[in-house]
Design a binder for this molecule. Structure first.
Ligand code: C2E
Ligand code: MG
Ligand code: MG
Ligand code: MG
Length: 282
């Protein structure tokens, strides 16, 4: 009996493994083509003023509709794209697409606020990155004060000195810099002080169990206090409940993002939300 079970477990394990390997190979071979085949789309998730519920910005999040695999999560294909270097091309497409959307919303009189883009350090460190960024802003009619670039803490800390130099150049353009997934990496406080960063994004893993989990409450409060003392703004991601939102307001975290207000939505839905907000305020 036990032997049978072992065999069955082995079989499910082995077929699961084959399936995963198949998926990996399929993703690898089709990633490049996917851009030409228009298989990527952008979603936008609103960022909210926690006190007023106004949309103050949005984060662009990429989606891949694979003809065979269906919707592939960025958690799966972004690491692959980073590994192969394709991420540079892919995120340049994201920047062009999202910045032209943002500017079209401003043009029709809506108030989308800031656009946050996720960038790999590999991108930022390309020698022609600043040039590309400036050109894209010019081509899409985007002002630098509308743009925020998110880099994860882990990525910055892989090469902190080099990162500081590059981030300084970006900051000089008037673009906001945010550290994504803050708290999950290992920044030393002395580096944090030196980083030309304007905003900390508290990782959703800490928000998830607030306000019930004492440790997560303590960590979240500490990050909010840290941001304040470093004169940075702070946003909480992964806010799913009213209790979490109330806890954040109480602790003066003035910006929130998460399913509680809205999941990431397509451009059309995002535009509808902006129109609705404008009508409410008219
Ligand atoms: P991230 O930048 O930390 O993005 C936040 C993730 O949390 C997103 O997952 C978002 O859909 C999800 N999320 C938002 N609100 C909630 C919530 O209330 N609860 C929970 N449980 N999750 C929430 P997504 O879209 O799957 O993206 C995963 C990661 O992939 C992103 O993490 C980012 O690191 C990367 N990524 C996404 N789009 C891009 C892109 O265009 N370029 C690059 N380089 N990376 C991207
Ligand atoms: Mg992000
Ligand atoms: Mg994050
Ligand atoms: Mg992340």
């Amino acid at each position: 009996k036990a032997k049978d079970e072992g065999r069955n477990n082995y079989q499910t394990y082995s077929s699961k493994l084959t399936e995963l390997m198949h998926e990996q190979v399929t993703m690898r071979t089709s990633l490049h083509k996917a851009l030409k085949n228009d298989e990527f789309i952008l979603n936008y998730q609103p960022q909210i003023d926690s006190m007023t519920d106004r949309i103050i910005g949005m984060e662009a999040l990429i989606r891949w509709n694979h003809p065979e695999l269906g919707r592939v999560s960025p958690a799966k294909f972004i690491p692959l794209a980073e590994e192969t270097g394709f991420i540079v091309e892919l995120d340049r497409w994201v920047m062009q697409e999202a910045m032209s959307k943002l500017s079209s919303w401003y043009e029709e009189g809506l108030n989308p606020g800031m656009l946050a883009l996720n960038l790999a350090m590999k991108q930022i460190q390309k020698s022609d990155f600043l040039e590309f960024l400036k050109n894209t802003m010019k081509e899409t009619n985007c002002l630098s004060e509308w743009i925020e670039l998110e880099v994860t803490e882990g990525e910055i800390m892989k090469n902190p000195d080099e990162s500081i130099a590059t981030l300084k150049e970006i900051n000089k353009l008037g673009i906001t810099l945010a550290i994504d997934d803050f708290g999950t990496g290992y920044s030393s406080l002395s580096y944090l002080k030196k980083l030309p960063v304007n905003k900390l994004k508290i990782d959703q893993s800490f928000i998830k169990d607030t306000p019930d989990d004492e440790d997560d409450v303590a960590i979240t409060k500490a990050v909010i206090a840290l941001a304040k003392s470093l004169k940075m703004s702070v946003i909480a991601e992964g806010v799913e409940t009213k209790a979490q939102k109330d806890f954040l307001i109480l602790n003066e975290c003035l910006q929130i993002q998460g399913y509680y207000y809205s999941p990431p939505v397509d451009a059309q839905k995002m535009r509808d939300m902006l129109i609705e907000q404008k009508e409410k305020e008219a």
